[in-house]
Each structure stands twice: as structure tokens, then as C-alpha cells.
Ligand binder design. Sequence first.
Ligand SMILES: NC(=O)c1ccc[n+]([C@@H]2O[C@H](COP(=O)([O-])OP(=O)(O)OC[C@H]3O[C@@H](n4cnc5c(N)ncnc54)[C@H](O)[C@@H]3O)[C@@H](O)[C@H]2O)c1
Length: 418
Amino acid sequence: MDFQRLPDNRPIRIVVIGAGNRAHKYLEYARRHPERLQPVAIVESNDLRRNETADRFNVAESSRYSDYNDFFARPVTADAVLIATPENIHFDPCMKALDAGYHVLLEKPIAQNYEECQAIARRARERGVLVGICHVLRYHPYFAKMKEIVASGDLGKIISINHVSAVGIDRATHCYVRGLWRRAEMTNPMLLAKCCHDIDFLLWITGSPCHKISSFGSLRWFRAANAPEGSAKRCIDCLVEKECPYSALDLYCNRRDWISNFDVPQGHTLDEVLAKELREGPYGRCVYHCDNNVVDHQVVAMELADETTISLSMDIFTQEDCRRTHIRMTHGEIFGDEKSLHVRRFRNGTEEICNFEKLAGSPFHAGADLQLVEDFVDALTRSDHPFLTTVEESIESHRICFEAERSRLSGTTIWLQY
Ligand SMILES: NC(=O)c1ccc[n+]([C@@H]2O[C@H](COP(=O)([O-])OP(=O)(O)OC[C@H]3O[C@@H](n4cnc5c(N)ncnc54)[C@H](O)[C@@H]3O)[C@@H](O)[C@H]2O)c1
């Protein structure tokens, strides 16, 4: 899209709305390249996070806000806004940022329904500003390699794809049973929250619009009826905690996993914070006694305009937390599990293996988070540099997720019109 490029002899001045886990990943780029990106205001409702983030980047006291409405009422001079708040707080600050004339880097999912996604894209066009969506898989070396192999045409045309998003049981209980993403109306349906990346990737490599979708899935396991005898409302009171694979005590206290989002106030220790959380907080609850309503398994079948078929399975009952993709093409096949990519050719039966073992699970999504920010900064300053994941590009994946959810809830196949 066409918009007025910014000068590249000074850093891009960015306002951060929501200084949590994701914002910190993207801000690492500003830490490494202060000459290219500079946070100039921090909007964060949590005092500790707001001040820690602002201190780290020497943001003035007067440019620290707890409420984004205060920021828009008395803004600072800036070029762009990073929105990394929970997804029920994407649409409103994004529209306000667009109305104020800022470029926006917006965390996925774009918004909570397709109409809002379209409204953001429309407003960005009207205001002549760039809205980038953080579909980081497009920048991940492993996924980019798959795209490159397919696009080379070496293996012919794609006929079908099986793609598995193995969420991993620990991520699932932390995020989708006890945590922020447990209720669809609070955030989004789980397919959108977790797999808009996957659908975006699948549409990106196939390059054909989706014509038909069917989806099935439910919340089958993590509900009160399945609570074992002896269980309690909280893991600390549970008689069967020692055998439970979903124990919060085991996850946070013994294994020290998924603890980075627990804030430790000055003068306190992580153990004190965890003990309080287990006693009173949402993360200490029994998985069978939470107020979660998102699915715990879902499949999506898609037929594209060029007759390619895709099956996607979102599975949370997995030890591994990874994505596996099998692409069947006319002259060969590609199979990958994030650790390696196997490229097989039918004619002579050869197999090439690309090894990604070292990258799998490495920080910042194997550097993809930083690449995305660099791409955004480049796109804002250079007219010959198109941004890879604009809102226009990203919106289709969201439409598919919303329609898949409609199919799941209505029990029908959805035919998409273009
Ligand atoms: N691109 C990816 O790979 C990826 C991965 C995980 C999460 N996400 C998305 O990133 C977004 C943020 O997720 P996160 O994991 O960083 O969550 P988080 O909870 O760590 O961060 C969100 C921050 O927003 C703050 N906040 C909440 N309401 C606010 C308000 N009204 N004004 C200002 N600040 C407010 C919270 O205090 C918190 O610090 C979500 O949309 C999530 O789906 C993207």
C-alpha cells in the first residue's frame, strides 16, 4: 500500500500499548538497534510492568500511561504504535491509533470478529497508514524455507496438506484452561487465538483462496464432570495432585515452567508469588474446575479454489509443543516437524533433509520476532520495501478461522463467496 515514508536518519518513535510478554520480545529489537527504533511512551495498566519497561528505555515519567484513552487525549509525538494487549483490547486502541494518524504494529488476532478486522483495514487505507500484523511464522527460517521450496516450483503443484498444531499440554493448561485465553468471549475462539498463524501460513504457501470449510471440535475433557474423585477446587487442596498430569503445583513450583508471566514485586520472591497464586489466583485452580469454555481439540477441513485440500488439526493433548506439516505435491513431498524438513522427489526417490534442530525453540521464535520488527521499520522508511504481513494479507486467515468456528457451531459446511 502507498503511504508517506518516514526519514531513515533517525529512529522510528514507537508507543507501546500493553508491555507484557509479546511487547518485550519486539522491544528487544529496540534494545539491539536504538538507532532504528525508540520507544517514546509506554501505556500499560500494570504499574510494575509499565515502570520497568519505561525505565529500561528511559521513557520520561510524563510519557507513561496506565490507560490508552489518556494517551490518546494527550499523546506524545510518535510515528507508530505497537499494540500487544490481550485480544479483546485490540480493536479500540487500534482504531484510535489510526484516527490519530499513527502506523500500527498489531499483535494477532487482529480483532474479535471479521467486521472489526475489515474496519481496521478500511480505516488504515483511509488514513494512509501501515498496519502490520504479527504473523511471525512468515519470518521463521523453518517456515520460510517451506515457502521457498514450494514457490520454487521444483516439486510441482500442491495437491494436499496435513498440518498439525500440537499445542502441548502445559501450554494448553496454562493458557487455554486456567489462563488468559480460556474463554472465547474474553479473547477469541481457540482456533483464532492459537491457529490464525497456521491458517495464515497455509494460505501463504498455497496462494489460493479457500472455497469450502468444515470444522469439528469441542471442550471434551477439561470440565467438572471429568474431575477425579478426591480432586478439589485448587491443586493445593487436591488428594490426587501427585498423580495429576495437569497439576499447577508440579508445573510452576517443581518444573518451573510457564512462570515468566508472574510478576515479582520488589521485596518479594518468585516462590512467595507462586504460593499466593496457588492459594488465590486463577493459575492455582484445578483444570476441571475453571471457567474455561474454549475447545480442547478441533479439526478444520478446507478446499481451496484450485482444488487443493487442507486438513488442520489443533491438538492440546500432546507432550510436544510444535507444528508438523506434510505437503503432498505432484512431483514430491515435504514433511517437517520444526526440527527438520524432509524433501522427497518421486522420480528418483531422493530425500534431502534440512536440519533446524538448533533453531527449534530458540529465543524470539528463532529470531522471527526481531525480523518482523525490522521488516516493519524498513517498510516505514523505504518505499521499495513491502511489508510481509500487512492487515490486508492477514485478514483472510482470520476470516477462515471465524468461518471454521461458524461451521463447528452450526454443523454445516461453509461455502465462501469472494
Ligand atoms: N505473535 C505471537 O506469536 C503471539 C504469541 C503469544 C501471544 N500473542 C498475542 O499477543 C497479545 C498479548 O499477549 P501476551 O502474551 O503478551 O499477553 P501479556 O498478558 O503478557 O501482555 C499483555 C499486557 O497488556 C496489558 N494490558 C491489559 N489491558 C491493558 C489496557 N487496557 N491498557 C494497557 N495495557 C493493558 C497487561 O497488563 C499485560 O502486561 C495477545 O493478543 C496474544 O494473542 C501473539
